[in-house]
Each structure stands twice: as C-alpha cells, then as structure tokens.
Design a protein around this ligand. Sequence first.
Ligand SMILES: *[C@@H]1O[C@H](CO)[C@@H](O)[C@H](O)[C@H]1NC(C)=O
Ligand SMILES: *[C@@H]1O[C@H](CO)[C@@H](O)[C@H](O)[C@H]1NC(C)=O
Ligand SMILES: *[C@@H]1O[C@H](CO)[C@@H](O)[C@H](O)[C@H]1NC(C)=O
Ligand SMILES: *[C@@H]1O[C@H](CO)[C@@H](O)[C@H](O)[C@H]1NC(C)=O
Ligand SMILES: *[C@@H]1O[C@H](CO)[C@@H](O)[C@H](O)[C@H]1NC(C)=O
Length: 844
Amino acid sequence: MSVVGIDLGFLNCYIAVARSGGIETVANEYSDRCTPACISLGSKTRAIGNAAKSQIVTNTKNTIHGFKKLHGRAFDDPYVQTEKIRLPYELQRMPNGSVGVRVRYLDEERPFATEQIAGMLLAKLKETSENALKKPVADCVISVPSFFTDAERRSVMAAAQVAGLNCLRLMNETTAVALAYGIYKQDLPALEEKPRNVVFVDMGHSAYQVSVCAFNKGKLKVLAAAFDPFLGGKNFDEVLVDYFSEEFRTKYRLNVKENARAVLRLYQECEKLRKLMSANASDLPLNIECFMNDLDVSSKMNRTQFEQLCAPLLARVEPSLRAAMDQAKLQREDIYGIEIVGGATRIPAVKEQISKYFCKDISTTLNADEAVARGCALQCAILSPAFKVREFSITDVVPYSITLRWKSSYEEGTGECEVFSKNHAAPFSKVITFHKKEPFDLEAYYTNPHEVPYPDTRIGRFTIQNVGPQHDGDNSKVKVKVRVNIHGIFSVANASIIEKQSIEGEPNDVPMDTESTCKNQRKEDELDNMQIDQEEGNQKNQADQQSQADEETEQVGAETKTASGDKQDNPAQTAKAKAKVKSIDLPIQASLYRQLGQDIINSYIENEGKMMMQDKLEKERNDAKNAVEEYVYDFRDKLCGVFEKFITEEDSNRLTLMLEDTENWLYEDGEDQPKQVYMDKLHELRKFGQPIQERYMEHEERPKALNDLGKKIQLLMKAVEAFRNKDEKYDHLDPAEIEKVEKCISDAMSWLNTKMNAQNKLGPTQDPVVKVAEILGKSKELDSFCNPIVYKPKPKVEPPSEGQAKANGEHNGPVNGQSGAETKPDPAKDSFQQTKPSGEMEVD
Ligand SMILES: *[C@@H]1O[C@H](CO)[C@@H](O)[C@H](O)[C@H]1NC(C)=O
Ligand SMILES: *[C@@H]1O[C@H](CO)[C@@H](O)[C@H](O)[C@H]1NC(C)=O
Ligand SMILES: *[C@@H]1O[C@H](CO)[C@@H](O)[C@H](O)[C@H]1NC(C)=O
Ligand SMILES: *[C@@H]1O[C@H](CO)[C@@H](O)[C@H](O)[C@H]1NC(C)=O
Ligand SMILES: *[C@@H]1O[C@H](CO)[C@@H](O)[C@H](O)[C@H]1NC(C)=O
C-alpha cells in the first residue's frame, strides 16, 4: 500500500507522500519538487519532466506541454480548435474522434492519444515517488479541476491506468486544498456548533477555481464551487506576449507570431517577467538575445502598466467569488477566512481583487504550490486501510446538475428527471424505481449546457437489459441505482428487477412510489412511476466497492440518511420486501460518452511498457558510451599523474595514442553504436589499462599489508618467548603445540623475507612478485593456526571472557611500546616503513 498524492497540473506537477509519520512533498532526480508537465519525444528516447522542458524551444514540434485540457475532448471541440492554432505541436484526430497529438518518435510520425501522453507523465511521477519511498507505488490520489466533466475525468483515470497507477480517488483541486487546510486544525467548531466557513481560491496556470467549505471537527463539507476554467497565469502571460510581439513588430520589424520558436521563447521570458513584477513594482527589463533573425531584442515593463493591460482579466476575478458565495447562500460576514493557493494568486492585483471583494485580508497559510498534492496524499492516507489517520469526512458537491431521460412507453413520450442538482452532495447514490415491461435506455446528460465548460452535455447511455413483464402481464418493478462516485463520475451502478412472489404487500408499494416521484415527471405517467431513495456516500468505501453495495446497505443508508417524513415507512417496507419479493440483478450495457474501450487502454498500457523498455535500453546504451568516454579522460589524466611511474615510456606512448584514437572514434564512427560495441571498446582499453592500474593499486596497498603481517609475527614471537621464560600467563599452554607455532612463525617469516627481497629488486613498471591479496592470505593463515593456541584463555582461574580480554591487552601492549625488538626482520611499524621506501629506491 503506498500513500501518494499527485497534483497533475497544467504547467507543473507535484507529488506528496506519507513518510515517517507525516506528509512530505518529494523531489525528483533534479532535486526539484516541481516536475514540469512536459514530454519530449526523440529519435531514440523520450524525455519527461525537467529534461523535456529544456527541449521546448529546441525540439519544438515534438515536445508536448499544456495538454491538460485536451483530456476527454473531441478533435472538433471548439476549445481544441482554438488551442490547435496556438500549440507548437500538431494535434491529431484519433480513430474515435477524440483529440491526440502527432509527433516524430523513433524517426517515425506517430499519433498519441491524450491518455498516452498523460500516462507518460504519470509514469514518470510514479517513478519519482517510488524513488522517494524506495518501494513500488500503485495506489494514489490524483487531482483534477473541480469543473472537469465525466469525459475528462474518465480520460484522466485511463491515463492513470496507462501509467500503472491505481487511482483511489480523483480529487477536486480545491477540495484537496481544503483537506490540507482542515485536517491539521485543532480548533474547529464541534459538530453541533455553527461550522467555520472558509473560502479557498486557487488560480493556477490555466484555471481559476473557488470553493466555499464548511468545517466542523473531523468534517469538511463543500458548500459551493465556482470557476473560470479559462483564467490563469497563462492568460496573463499571453497579454504580455501579445504586447511585446506588437512592440517588436514596430520596433524591430519582426513578425514574432510567425515563428513558433520565437513565440515559445517570448512566453518563457514573459512568465519570468510576470513573476518578477509580482515582487517588484519598478520598471523591469525584458532582454532576449538572438531572438529572431540574429537580432537581440529588449524592452521593459512595470507593474502599473501590466495591471492596465490585464484589466479585462482582473475583472474576471470577482464574478466567480460572487457566484460561489451566492450558491453557498452566505454573506461576507459568515466567512472566517480566505485561503489562496496557485501560482497566479501571487499577482498582487489578483490578491487585491479577492480581498477587496471580501473586505478582508486574505491568508496564505498554505503552500501555494504544494497544497493540492498534500491534500491528495492526505486523502490517499484516509482511503488506505494500512494507515491510521484522524477521522475526517469529506463531502464534495456535484458541479453540474445531471438529468436522466428515458423513453416513456406511455403515449410514446419521454420521461425525464433531474437526479442530481447542482451542488448536490457527492459522492452519492440514489435508487430510482421504474415500472417497465421491456428493456429500456436511460440517457444521462448535464441539465444546463451553459453551466458546463464543455461543448457536449451527454454523459452516457445505459441500457437496462433483460426486463420483461411479470407473470400476470403487469409491469415489473425495476430498481436502478445511479451514483456520482468518489471520482466525481456519474454511473448507473446497478439495476435489479423485483419479482412478485405473492399477491400480498404489492399494493402498498404503489402509493410510496408516487409520493417521491421526480418533480419533472407527469403524474399520470403511471407506467414510468419512479421513486428515488437516497444514500449518502461513505468516505471509506472505494468507488468499485460502492457499486457492489448490496440491497441491505443501500436501505440502511436510505433510512438513516434521509430526513424526509415518508422514509419512516421504509423499514417496514424493507422488511416486507425482503420477505415477499425476489430481487434479480439485471445486466446494464453502458455506452459512455468519449470513453476509451478497455481494449484500447490495454494497448496503450502495452505500448507504454515498450516505450519504457526502449528508454531503458537507450539509457544503458548511453551509459555504456559514457563509460568509454569517462575511461578515456580519466586514464589520460592518470597517465601523466599517479600512473606515470608504473608504465614504461614506450607503453605510455602506445596507450596515449590508443586513448586519442578512441576519443576521435567517439565523435565519429562511434557516435551512435549499439551498447555491445561500447562495451567491447571499454574491454579492449581495459586490457591495456588494467595491469597499470593494478601495479599502482598494489604499490599503494602493499606496505600496509606487509606491515600488518610483520606486526603479527612479532607479537606471536613475543608470546612464545614469554612462554619459554615461564611467564605464568602462558603456563597453561601445551609445549608441543607451541613448537608447532614456532615452526609456523618461522615459515611465515622466511616467506615474508623472500617475497620482500624479491619485490625490492623489481621496478614499479614490473608486475609485483607478491600480490596484496597473497599477503593478506598469509596473515589470515597465521592467525587461524597460531591464535587459538597462543591466545587460548586460561582455564578455571578467570572467566574465559576476561582471559580473552587480557590476552588481547597483551596482544596490543607491545606494539606501541616496543619498536626496537631484537628479532631480525623487525616489522614494527616505524622501522618497517623506513625499510620499504629505501628498498624501492635501490631499484630506481
Ligand atoms: C526592482 O528591480 C530594479 C530593477 O531591476 C532593481 O534595481 C531593484 O533593486 C529591485 N527592487 C527590489 C525590491 O527587488
Ligand atoms: C511604469 O511605466 C509607465 C509607462 O512606461 C510609466 O509612465 C510609469 O512612470 C512607470 N512607473 C514606474 C513606477 O516605473
Ligand atoms: C469534486 O469531486 C467529487 C468526487 O470526489 C465530485 O463528486 C464532485 O462533483 C466534485 N465537485 C466539484 C465542485 O466539482
Ligand atoms: C446490485 O444490487 C443487488 C441488490 O440490490 C446486489 O445483490 C448485486 O450484487 C448488485 N450488483 C452489482 C453488480 O453491483
Ligand atoms: C471507439 O468507440 C467504440 C464504441 O464506443 C469502442 O468500442 C472502440 O474501442 C473505440 N475505438 C477507439 C479506437 O477508441
């Protein structure tokens, strides 16, 4: 179980994880907590995030950014058509009419669906969180704008699947912010008290969202939400871009808009300038070198001027604030505080508009960039059974009212019912009862097209199958459960037919039905009589579990959560229903608007896997190439440095030449070779380099190894001598054993002498007669044979551990004290180190 929150932004993404008891925003491989929402496709590999951003200007046509609002849209969508003109890369009509991109990847023109592009980005974010958590990640919560319609939400869900993520909830950005605000607050009013109302304002790079939330202890309820989906930092940058393009046209005679690369650079500079202007009211310069036609351009702007240019945008701040407050039916004095997040709320004039509307200072207690990701991670922790989080219930609202429409068998009319009204609580389920003789279609759509920032109001068509008349030819009672699930997605979750088992009880149901019929429905339309039971969504339940909720939970929900009087009858009716009727599940065939088929998603998943493998292989190939390059540079440095005296001049010349050839090769024929070629090249170089490197390493490490062995011999000799002198410390040792030790010591000593003599005769360019490893081996051999005999603890008198300690003390004592012992090859540290270098000198 992983706990990961992902803020999938238009411009940038952030990731928060639960780690060591807290929520933390994590950094990517560039130690950057912000990952640009950018993907660059190349002839061999993909770059995603920071690496891709740097290619926006160089790989213009194949670097995809600003695609968040393409989710779930048709190619012919007016928004897409407008964007198409502005985006530097090409948009493409996908087989089902949705929008995708067309890029050059692996030297081939290829279309990619929006879900694939977003999937690449999400896979990158997944990898970043895996690196941070040091374990595989699947479960997560992903943010979406609160105004996203079903089609857009489902598209993001598909992208998560492509990335191998299991999205537990699509969370509205403003709701995530509200959660990040509320969950740590210790002083929220108690449940029965008046709630604390807080307004959250989020203006990011591409959209502006407002929500009004009511907080009580352990509870967050969204009261209303409003938005301007096309107002954000990007629009302010656009104003600057237009202004400077115009200025450069007259000042330098440049047609900026005709040059995609120039436009992109100007955008980047304007974004920087806008941010600077937020902090500095004086005139600020804008300079771009080699902007177009090798021309450097420069200009300036100040905040006052900027605000004048952006007046139309600034005027759009207030309406959404007003709309949210009106929907929440609150007055300004009911508001406890206003919290702002999102990069564009740093624009002083935006802040001013907000605080002017509320006649109140605004607070910035939340991290403007990271609050959304943190809220998502908190939600993920709440949903995760493996985590214990303070109980916190979240009720969101439905942004757009939803209506169901069906063909009425009565006089061939249509029945219609608004199942969810605007700002209705969500997640939420309702059960609607129909009386039907045959299979029927339910069409779901958004009630008010003008509210929805999306050109199509269709949500989907749901066919309730296998419906037939009762045995007596009467209509069957069909219960249909509709739901706005935890992701904010509408569905017909379940349908069942209630079969009459006996004649009793049936008439009782009929008045019930009429009593709670939908207001839009014609009363006389008895055939389509329907009843709505309501069930509030349970936070802990996940989307799919919800749809499997059985009849029992459903009715419990209806009884407890609905206040209206007629529900009093429900328990009785439930009991009766249980006894007298049989409920049979009905298959539902759903055809969702702009929904990708699972087969398509599966093919995207497979493709993503292939691209990842390609990236991995390419990375390995590059690493192999870099290893050759590194070896060349490193070895060349050392040849005139530490390796110099370990190689003959002739060999050195030969090797230098070889390194030079390899370097040239790397820039010519070796520029682009398979991994194996680089590995072979490195192997070849190593064959020559290795012996030199080894001579050097041996030379560096040999003195210490010899010294250590010498010390050991000396200590053992001292102990043997003490034994011979009847030192009582050793009187428990067996003389026969000691004799063996003496033999072993003298063998080791003569081995050491022979090797040292031989080694001293060799020059540094010759391979050593004795390797460090051999010396260490000899040392070990001596230890394992002699130590158990000589340092055997004394029996009885002292406990063995102390005896051992004493022996060890003995062992260490002489080393420091006695350097001038009488034994011939005196290996004590000081004297040994003197002999060694002089030995080398002789040969030189
Ligand atoms: C604002 O920018 C100007 C011009 O670059 C600079 O001289 C000044 O120090 C800046 N002021 C602040 C407060 O940063
Ligand atoms: C800002 O720019 C305008 C137009 O160039 C100028 O009139 C005004 O004096 C400038 N203000 C400051 C504070 O620099
Ligand atoms: C927020 O998300 C929920 C699902 O978590 C959804 O039901 C609701 O419609 C969304 N609210 C708004 C204001 O968009
Ligand atoms: C539909 O609801 C019935 C009872 O209302 C339940 O037994 C069944 O499991 C549900 N089916 C699905 C697919 O959720
Ligand atoms: C197109 O839509 C149909 C029906 O909705 C679906 O079965 C099919 O998989 C879709 N194909 C593509 C390429 O999206």
